[in-house]
Design a protein around this ligand. Structure first.
Ligand code: HEM
Ligand SMILES: Nc1nc2c(c(=O)[nH]1)N[C@H]1C(S)=C(S)[C@@H](COP(=O)(O)O)O[C@H]1N2
Ligand SMILES: [Mo]
Length: 382
């Protein structure tokens, strides 16, 4: 293989192949984990006909999305370090040495741009900051495919070099060991240790948003799972959703309609008078925070039985909310008939706060937070 020259201006020995390889392997793992957990989250929220997300185990989505956000955040220092290490290679001369090399270098653009885009949009999303005109979910989703496609090309191209850099003797792998190379103030080990320490610190100071023993350390997380009305967070308040008046109105009703033998209509008091069921279930926000609470209310499946719905019926749950997203969510047949899928009236022994969905909210096992619809007014059996 023709050895390419790196311009002599980049004199730090940290721009070497072994650093690039180690960070590359780490990013290969974190991006693959993000891709798999991300695509899973997409399938759960927009299921194609061949995909049915089960309602058990109850905390599975909490783990998969917690891992998504934690791994994504830890990738930020890793990617910055990797870009710094390989940056001189952009100026390598000649730019291409073979046809395969052209493909390899062309894949670098979608890989770098896609990687930076995913980490930036993901980070902004968890901070509820949307400084762009496009829809976050579709952009983050499609760019994930592009990034992973480019990553596959990149791994194919760099496989041999990575193996060589990792398993061959340290000193022999430095590219262009220029005579002018200065021994940097801190050597490769210190450099890598600092980068991995930064990734570790990002994790330790954010993961408490979903791993409750570490919640006191969640200093960099936008949400602390133990703060908010009734002791847990609110993403959208009743005021922003525009439901304050309707939620307290004497005309409030919950109806069960659609493909039913009997249409049912209840006041909140009538729901309170029905058999109640308790379940300890998490809210697992797509943004990576989660919190477990004790809920009490009416089983959705009891309402379906009363209305004479089919035993494998699916249900659309609709909110009083009239504007913006998350006004409704779908219960597939497993979620609709799970004994712990509730229309909750109470949390931890108190009536729900209006920001948590008073008069009635949906809460069920193994669902993304965005699908735990608040201020429910209608169940439409499909
Ligand atoms: C700082 C890093 C990252 C953060 C904080 C982050 C955060 C998020 C969040 C909050 C969601 C849920 C969006 C929603 O359902 O409303 C999401 C979804 C997703 N993420 Fe990431 N992400 C990051 C990196 C990545 C990376 C590196 C990839 C892939 C290589 C990726 C792929 C996906 C995919 C495919 C989805 C599903 C999108 C959909 O529902 O259509 N993410 N991410
Ligand atoms: N109607 C409605 N329901 C909703 C939302 C919403 O904006 N509107 N937000 C969802 C999101 S993103 C989450 S994480 C949970 C948060 O529930 P909490 O406010 O009780 O913590 O509610 C969900 N239910
Ligand atoms: Mo959420």
């Amino acid at each position: 293989m023709i050895e390419q020259a790196t311009p002599r201006v980049f004199t730090s020995r940290l721009h070497d192949e072994r650093n690039a390889a180690i960070l590359g392997v780490a990013l290969g793992v974190t991006f693959t984990v993000c891709f798999v957990t991300g695509v899973l989250s997409h399938l759960i929220q927009d299921p194609p006909s061949w995909f049915q997300w089960p309602s058990r185990p109850a905390g599975l989505y909490r783990v998969s999305q917690g891992v998504h956000v934690a791994t994504g955040l830890a990738s930020i220092p890793l990617l910055l370090a990797k870009l710094w290490v390989v940056f001189p290679k952009l100026f390598a001369w000649p730019p291409f040495t073979s046809a395969a090399h052209i493909v390899e270098r062309l894949a670098i653009f979608p890989l770098v741009a896609g990687g930076v885009f995913e980490l930036f949009t993901g980070l902004s999303n968890v901070h509820l900051w949307y400084p762009w005109p496009f829809n976050f979910r579709s952009a983050h989703y499609w760019v994930a495919w592009i990034t992973i496609g480019a990553l596959v090309v990149h791994i194919g191209a760099k496989w041999a070099a990575t193996r060589a850099a990792l398993f061959v003797d340290d000193a022999s792998t430095d590219i262009a060991p220029a005579p002018t190379a200065t021994t940097s103030a801190f050597d490769r080990r210190t450099f890598l240790a600092s980068v991995f320490a930064a990734a570790g610190a990002v994790t330790v100071f954010t993961v408490g948003q979903t791993v409750s023993p570490l919640r006191k350390l969640a200093l960099l997380a936008p949400r602390r799972p133990d703060t908010g009305p009734q002791g847990f967070p609110v993403n959208r308040t009743a005021a922003t959703a525009g439901v304050v008046e309707a939620a307290h109105h004497a005309d409030y009703r919950l109806s069960v309609e659609g493909k039913v033998r009997r249409k049912l209509v209840f006041t909140r008091d009538e729901l309170v008078a029905m058999p109640q069921h308790e379940a300890t279930l998490p809210i697992s926000c797509v943004e990576g925070w989660s919190t477990t609470q004790r809920w009490r209310g009416v089983r959705v499946r009891d309402l379906l039985t009363r209305a004479g719905a089919d035993s494998d019926a699916e249900v659309r749950v609709e909110s009083l909310q009239r504007r913006r997203s998350y006004r409704s969510s779908d219960l597939n047949r497993w979620h609709a008939h799970d004994p712990d899928t509730l229309l909750a009236l109470e949390v931890n022994g108190e009536a729900l706060d209006i920001d948590h969905g008073y008069p009635v909210r949906l809460i069920g096992p193994n669902r993304p937070g965005v699908m735990q619809t608040k201020w429910v007014t209608r169940l439409v059996v499909q």
